[in-house]
Design a binder for this molecule. Structure first.
Ligand code: FAD
Ligand code: NAD
Length: 478
């Protein structure tokens, strides 16, 4: 096959799983000329997740935050292969990854194996449901592009169904009730975007039922955004309340049906009460769970038996108990939060590490070649020059081998909270700086804009912002 012809047998095969924050940062940094690189992911694009909540209401169109992986790889040197497939299992003893084409259109071959010399697992995480009955069947998640599209469709379906001729009163209330479970940044940002959509567009276009529109944010802990500073938590909760978002803290969802959420509320006196909340749209944002492929690999490695939240890695991101397997991002447990910032820094670190490893190998080979020439007096480089070159190479090798372990640098956390306000806990010089409000929103916008993957993405996002401001969001239900 053509692919085998392109592979250089003198180079190691590096297989990278995933095209998310971690893997793409690695690919950006990696000098792909040093390896036969194979990228496997069911998603043939990179997704800029920080702006995903804005796609649920059409503030930003989904394609503006996607970047095709083939466009990213096109600029890389050497043999880089991409397979749109899911890695279904990793055999670390035989050093092969099994891949499956799970897309709609299938050819004669749907399963295959890829042998690797080095493997990077960057498959991210899936949505946590904690086994709560009815969640998977009845709610929308907010992790992938398809999720955002589904939510956008459902919001308008609820509104149009509520506006149906002679719709029942209780049914209007239910359909117009949008419930968000999980008060982490995903839930808060989505609730804020949804309330904006209502205030700025739905209210104008569907005035007859608009007083019934309501957003409820449910959180099991005493506060939303628990990872932010106390000052910003208070600011966020006050702002959300001003926006008329109903925040229900100390409320843990226990069961979901097609039209209701059942939750346990801890009352101020410490007693518990069971409540049933009817909803039209339910968005489930309770954080991450380990993907099956990662669970499967963990179960095969004795050193991973105590790890619960993903692949335990050492300070060089090597998966504990394996050789030649590294893990980055949300599927790795390195002691940091599962964020894009961490994943990108880990990917970038591995890219440098692999570049160094390739240099080390090439220097070592050259030293070996020069020493053999000198020993055999076999001509080639004159001995004095060879000795000098060996010395220089060894100096360089010492520097390369002195590579420091991975250390994460936290730049801060930001979240959009609706009505053109944002909160930011930013690390500044040696201190922390917390701010919330409209200026922070401008900072949030410019920071995310500068972080977009490409100039194309940046231009599209700005155009989307201008478009939705000038003409309102498009409420057509596709
Ligand atoms: P991902 O980016 O999720 O990528 C995983 C990749 O693996 C995907 O390409 C996926 O298709 C692929 N994959 C999955 N299964 C397989 C398989 N079996 N085989 C091969 N490939 C597979 N973090 C921040 O720091 N700031 C933010 O503002 C922020 N906003 C967010 C907003 C939302 C709505 C969400 C959901 C998350 C947000 N995050 C944010 C968190 C951030 O997106 C994640 O921490 C980050 O995506 C993790 O990167 P990753 O590379 O580990 O995984
Ligand atoms: P999260 O884990 O941060 O928050 C989930 C919340 O759901 C928790 O507060 C938890 O108490 C609550 N919860 C869990 N089960 C519940 C139940 N049954 N009933 C009610 N509440 C329940 O999840 P997330 O917001 O999806 O974020 C995931 C990761 O992505 C985090 O590391 C986060 O920092 C990152 N992220 C960052 C940003 C940002 O920086 N703007 C945006 C989105 C996500």
């Amino acid at each position: 096959p053509a692919e085998q012809l392109e592979r250089d047998p003198n180079k190691k095969t590096l297989v990278v799983l995933g095209t998310g924050w971690g893997s793409v940062a690695l690919l950006k940094k990696l000098d792909t000329e040093n390896y036969n690189v194979v990228v496997v992911s069911p998603r043939n694009y990179f997704l800029f997740t920080p702006l995903l909540p804005s796609c649920t209401t059409g503030t930003i169109e989904h394609r503006s935050i996607m970047e095709p992986v083939r466009a990213i790889l096109r600029h890389k040197r050497g043999a880089v292969q991409f397979y749109e497939a899911e890695a279904s299992s990793i055999d670390h003893e035989r050093k092969v990854v099994k891949i499956t084409d799970n897309s709609e259109i299938k050819g004669a071959v749907v399963e295959n194996e890829i042998p690797y010399d080095m493997l990077v697992v960057g498959v991210g995480a899936e949505n946590a449901t904690f086994g709560i009955p009815g969640v998977r069947e009845n709610s929308c998640f907010l992790k992938e592009i398809g999720d955002a599209q589904r939510i956008r469709k459902k919001i308008m379906d609820c509104v149009e169904t509520a506006a149906f001729k002679d719709q029942k009163d209780a049914e209007i209330n239910r359909l117009m009730h949008m419930v968000v479970v999980g008060g982490g940044p995903t839930g808060v940002e989505f609730a804020g975007e949804l309330q904006d959509f209502f205030e700025e567009d739905i209210k104008k276009l569907v005035p007859e039922i608009s007083p019934r529109f309501k957003v409820t944010l449910i959180e099991a802990l005493p506060n939303v955004l628990p990872s932010f500073s106390k000052q910003l938590i208070d600011y966020t909760e006050n702002t959300l309340r001003e926006e008329k978002i109903d925040i229900k803290t100390k409320t843990m969802v226990k069961k979901v049906t097609s039209e209701t959420v059942e939750a346990e509320v801890v009352k101020p006196d410490g007693t518990k009460e069971r409540v049933v909340i009817p909803y039209g749209l339910l968005v489930w944002a309770t954080g991450n769970a380990v993907r099956p492929i990662v669970k499967d690999l963990m179960s095969r490695i004795p050193a991973q038996k105590d790890s619960r939240r993903g692949l335990a890695v050492n300070e060089y991101l090597v998966v504990q108990g394996t050789r030649d397997i590294w893990a980055i991002g949300d599927c790795a447990v390195a002691g940091y939060a599962p964020t894009a910032q961490v994943a990108a820094q880990e990917g970038n670190f591995l890219g440098s590490l692999f570049n160094n490893m390739a240099k080390t190998e090439s220097h070592e080979n050259r030293i070996h070649e020069l020493s053999s020439q000198m020993n055999l007096q076999a001509g080639g480089t004159p001995p004095a020059e060879a000795a000098q070159e060996i010395e220089a190479l060894e100096r360089r090798l010492k520097k390369i081998r002195d590579i420091k372990p991975f250390r994460y640098t936290h730049q801060g956390s930001m979240a959009y909270i609706g009505s053109e306000k944002a909160v930011a806990d930013v690390s500044w010089w040696n201190g922390n700086f917390a701010s919330g409000g409209s200026m922070t929103y401008l900072f949030w916008r410019s920071a995310y804009l500068s972080m977009c993957f490409s100039t194309r993405n940046r231009v599209l996002v700005v155009l989307d912002w201008l478009k939705s401001k000038a003409f309102g969001r498009d409420i057509s239900r596709e």
